[in-house]
Design a binder for this molecule. Structure first.
Ligand code: PRX
Length: 658
């Protein structure tokens, strides 16, 4: 677990901001008494509580008769005999009442704005869904989506949902190797991609990474690659396999009967890093997942039909699934979808977009907030941000300094901040303030949502009530949780339901609770780093490094970073001798950084590389990671190093090559 200065300052945080009377009066959940009543209702009749919400929020083709099936725990099932279609719930059901309402305000990297109504979006999803069917893609098939932020990415996801195909979105910043790993694990039949993407004024190709991935072994299952033209690059199309999006799309009818599926039918697989091995294919359901996205938007984002909602996350991450592609549409919201980056053309981009589109609800990550403070802490004041009424944070602990800036400068002291704790595996928010009820404290995600029984336990799985903290668990199954790891049920059980936890879901974070019962997240308990809110396994980066012919051994640890939250520090042992002059060492470090960028993706590039003749190991050969973390942070080494096989190398490893 990493400890940073920001965590230190969180521990001393005592400020409390209750909701204003004005906000509370209009809120969907108004006042703590209402919140407590919801919690009490969920505890009094747990499955009944969720069943009522599922009936109220979701349009069922065939109502469910069973609520929660725990007979094969921890493989839980919710609403299993109910039939629904997620795309129907996101689109068709709004047509009678609000077909002309804007569903998506898309702003390109270049600032060009396109508005798409519910009627248009529905038509496009049906047309593309028919296109997928015309390629023989059917219910249960896996489809990889490797696209830039675009209306088309949302259309692609919704079209898969419409025909019951299971999508797996791969973030456009991942390399061809990462893409290949996911294609083969999911045994995908098709890939939906684009010729490229615009980011910060630059056109970057995407399709070549798909081509490269498909030249590697194990991709025989892929029969179709559908390419959306975004940047106008001249690219190679394989006549048998590849087809332009517009060629597939234009000839199709805009009527497509949804495929009615069981609530337990997998809606998608999303890969995320764990502490060991290759990324895990987190499998989500249709009914329970949709319910979590919908209830959380109503409670946490206090959703009102007049809102303009903007979640800045890419659809390549879970946040972009639940709070871009599905949740807002299921509620019939108007939302902003943004292709570009927060710093282009300058660090006022977000604030200008909030002003231009009259955004009411803005949801972003602490890393973006910190970088925008650094690049232009006064910039928000140049824009009219009076439309904002609520701010959200996600992905990592937010340090109180960044929180206060977000609250005072962006929210002008008027907008509550919802610091939402959740994970790829939980599908939707788990612990978060309800903005019209919960008094907020900078740095705390506060209290569990109604129907979520979060707790802190010790290594034996027993609940601890003191303030020292322990492992964060969720005691009861909940509708939006992970169903299994795709193709690896054993790993699912081992990762999330180890025996000591007595049936509770082990989140992989440590946390403590204060005297008010508020949760404060401390960080991961495993070898997972959180770099700019993105999860990276140290082992993945180590495997990438040792795959380089020059590298004999590597160990990767995290260290606190002002903007990214955590930085990646790699300790590397070369096969041959380390180059003698400093310039050559620097060149080699750069080469290895780029290598990791190619193996995994630019987000995984080590910030620092240190070379040694060896790594610090115990006599039994175990790498002493605690020591490496101390070295990375530049701390005095206070640990006992007497069991080290090779104490002399510690000095070598202190030297940083940037
Ligand atoms: O460590 C927690 C951190 O992000 C992890 C989940 O990462 P991922 O599955 O990529 O999902 C990120 C978006 C939901 C968690 O185990 N994390 C997420 N939200 C918070 C957080 N840490 C502190 N505060 C949060 N609000």
């Amino acid at each position: 677990m990493s400890e940073s200065n920001s965590i230190e300052s969180v521990l001393h945080e005592t400020r409390v901001f209750p909701p204003s009377a004005e906000f509370a009066t209009r809120a969907n959940v108004s006042g703590m008494e209402s919140y407590k009543a919801m919690v009490a209702a969920s505890e009094a009749d747990y499955s009944g509580y969720w069943a009522d919400l599922a009936r109220k929020n979701i349009d069922w083709k065939q109502p469910f008769t069973k609520v929660l099936d725990e007979s094969n725990a921890p493989f839980y099932k919710w609403f299993e005999d109910g039939l629904l279609n997620v795309s129907y719930n996101c689109l068709d059901r709004h047509l009678a009442t609000q077909s002309e309402k804007t569903a998506i305000i898309f702003e390109g990297d270049d600032g060009k704005v396109t508005r798409v109504s519910y009627r248009e979006l529905h038509g496009r999803v049906c047309q593309f869904a028919n296109g997928l069917k015309s390629r023989g893609i059917k219910k249960g098939d896996r489809v990889i989506i490797y696209m830039p932020m675009s209306v088309e990415a949302v259309v692609a996801m919704q079209a898969c949902a419409r025909i019951g195909a299971i999508h797996s979105v791969v973030f456009g910043g991942f390399s061809s190797k990462s893409l290949h790993e996911r294609i083969t694990d999911a045994q995908a039949v098709a890939i939906i991609t684009a010729d490229g993407q615009f980011r910060g004024g630059r056109a970057m190709p995407l399709k070549p990474a798909v081509d490269e991935a498909l030249t590697m072994d194990g991709c025989e299952s892929v029969h179709s690659v559908i390419v959306y033209r975004r940047i106008g690059a001249s690219i190679e199309l394989d006549d048998d396999r590849d087809i332009w999006w517009h060629d597939l799309f234009n000839s199709q009818s805009s009527v497509c009967e949804p495929e009615w599926v069981s609530a337990e039918h997998p809606l998608f697989i999303l890969y995320t890093s764990g502490s060991t091995g290759t990324p895990k294919g987190v499998q989500h359901s249709s009914g329970g997942y949709l319910l979590g996205a919908m209830t959380s938007i109503q409670w946490v984002f206090d959703y009102k039909p007049t809102d303009v909602f903007w979640c800045t996350a890419d659809v390549g991450w879970i946040t972009g699934h639940s709070y871009v592609a599905y949740g807002p549409l299921a509620l019939g919201a108007t939302q902003v979808v943004f292709e570009g980056v927060p710093t282009y053309p300058d660090a006022g981009r977000f604030w200008k977009m909030i002003q231009d589109h009259k955004v009411t609800t803005f949801y972003t990550a602490p890393t973006a907030i910190r970088s925008l403070i650094k690049l232009g802490g006064d910039l928000p004041k140049q824009y009219d941000l009076s439309s904002l009424r609520l701010l959200g944070s996600v992905g990592e602990p937010i340090n109180p300094e960044a929180w206060m800036w977000y609250y005072n400068v962006v929210g002008q002291g008027r907008c509550p901040i919802v610091d939402t704790w959740w994970q790829t595996e939980t599908g939707s928010h788990m612990i978060s303030p309800l903005p019209g009820a919960t008094p907020i404290k900078p740095g705390s995600c506060t209290l569990p949502l109604p129907g979520i029984q979060a707790a802190i336990v010790n290594e034996a799985g027993d609940e601890v009530h003191d303030q020292h903290g322990g492992f964060l668990v969720i005691k009861k199954p909940f509708p939006s949780q992970i169903r299994t790891i795709w193709g690896d049920p054993e790993r699912y059980k081992k990762s999330y339901f180890p025996e000591e936890m007595k049936g509770a879901y082990l989140a992989g974070d440590s946390a403590h609770r204060d005297a008010d019962g508020y949760f404060w997240i401390m960080g991961r308990i495993d070898d997972v780093l959180n770099v700019s809110g993105h999860r990276l396994g140290t082992m993945e980066i180590e495997s990438a490094l040792v795959a380089n012919p020059l590298v004999a051994e590597a160990a990767v640890v995290g260290k606190p970073h002002d903007i990214k939250g955590e930085a990646v520090v790699a300790f590397v042992v070369l096969k041959g001798a380390r180059p003698a002059d400093a310039a050559a060492v620097k060149k080699l470090a750069e080469e290895l950084r780029n290598w990791v960028g190619k193996e995994i993706g630019p987000i995984a590039k080590p910030d620092e590389i240190r070379f040694g003749e060896n790594l610090p190991k115990t006599r039994s050969g175990k790498i002493m990671r605690r020591l490496l973390r101390a070295i990375a942070k530049g701390e005095e080494i206070t640990q006992d190093t007497s069991t080290l096989e090779n104490p002399a190398i510690l000095e070598q490893l202190k030297e940083v090559v940037r």
